[in-house]
Design a protein around this ligand. Structure first.
Ligand code: BDR
Ligand code: CA
Length: 304
């Protein structure tokens, strides 16, 4: 059983990741959801998270809003593939009020209160996690592990030739997290690029009954026109069934130098490149794509 905080910027693929986490009570306890600016502005990612929890009839899940901008990079670099408000043109209703507590404080308090138990799952820019580590370094030892979507260890980026979106938005935050010493598992474009929601797969997902599943698949259909890959859901699929994926241990570093390599994730694997340095991260590179889509479909069906 994984007890997780899902740190997200919904975002259509974030929305699916959240739904999968809620659909897997056998494997995942969703201790809380925290939001960050990324795909769209913080007020949008937060409203979307509120709407998604309402859609799933889970207003009981703890939700906290986090950082409205990256640590150092300019404000306002957004994704173009999730629609203007982030959910593929769909606006969700909700009636929940939001706690005043900041996401960074929620992360710190929850991790320190449950030493060795909480898995942090950032699936947007890692600003909240980095700031939590800066403010309270004891969380680095107290966290069970960090499983994140971001980067591209052995291939090109999607925001620039070098950089994947989540790392490109806040490379300094990513640097703080990957160099922290916490146990890390990375889902970069290496694997998520392979999880392509083809029209056939989308048509199968669209058969899932119930309003929540239907609505999320409707978002996915819009999103797939700009980016057909299930990036963020890969993290949740791995928590549910790690046998679906394979990877390598590597030393991952973030290029924070201004220039064409800004936000590149550099992965050293061979001893020639590592020297006497040690890997800091398990980099997932491949997955059984058919079985992953079967898992997504089965879990969406179970929401009804
Ligand atoms: C990542 O960028 C965002 O657009 C997605 O939600 C995902 O987290 C993929 O590069
Ligand atoms: Ca995301």
């Amino acid at each position: 059983q994984h007890r997780i905080i899902l740190d997200c910027d919904p975002g259509v693929d974030d929305a699916l990741a959240l739904m999968l986490a809620l659909a897997a009570p056998d494997a995942i306890e969703l201790v809380g959801v925290t939001t960050v600016a990324g795909n769209v502005a913080l007020e949008d990612t937060t409203r979307n998270a509120q709407g998604l929890l309402a859609l799933a009839s889970r207003p009981d899940i703890e939700l906290r809003a986090g950082c409205a901008r990256p640590l150092m990079r300019p404000v306002g670099y957004r994704s173009k593939v999730h629609g203007p408000e982030g959910l593929g043109g769909i606006r969700l209703e909700h009636s929940a009020t939001l706690s005043d507590q900041h996401a960074v404080d929620f992360i710190i308090d929850t991790v320190l209160a449950n030493p060795g138990q909480i898995t942090l799952c950032p699936i947007g820019p890692m600003t909240n996690i980095a700031l939590a580590m800066v403010r309270e370094p004891r969380i680095i030892d107290a966290v069970r592990e960090i499983v994140f979507m971001g980067g591209s260890a052995f291939g090109p980026g999607n925001s620039t030739p070098a950089a994947e979106f989540n790392v490109y938005v806040d490379p300094h935050a990513a640097h703080i997290v990957v160099s922290s010493g916490a146990k890390l598992t990375m889902f970069g474009l290496d694997v998520t690029r392979k999880l392509v929601a083809t029209p056939e797969r989308l048509a199968r997902l669209a058969q899932a009954p119930g309003h929540a599943a239907r609505t999320v698949v409707e978002m996915l259909v819009a999103y797939a026109q700009g980016d057909p890959c299930l990036h963020d859901p890969s993290v949740v699929a791995w928590l549910i069934d790690p046998s679906l994926f394979t990877g390598v241990d590597a030393l991952v570093e973030i290029d924070c130098n201004t220039g064409p390599n800004l936000g590149r994730t550099l992965a050293s694997v061979s001893t020639r490149h590592l020297g006497d340095r040690k890997p800091n991260c398990h980099v997932v590179t491949d997955g059984d794509v058919e079985r992953i889509f079967e898992l997504v479909e089965a879990r969406l069906r179970s929401l009804a």
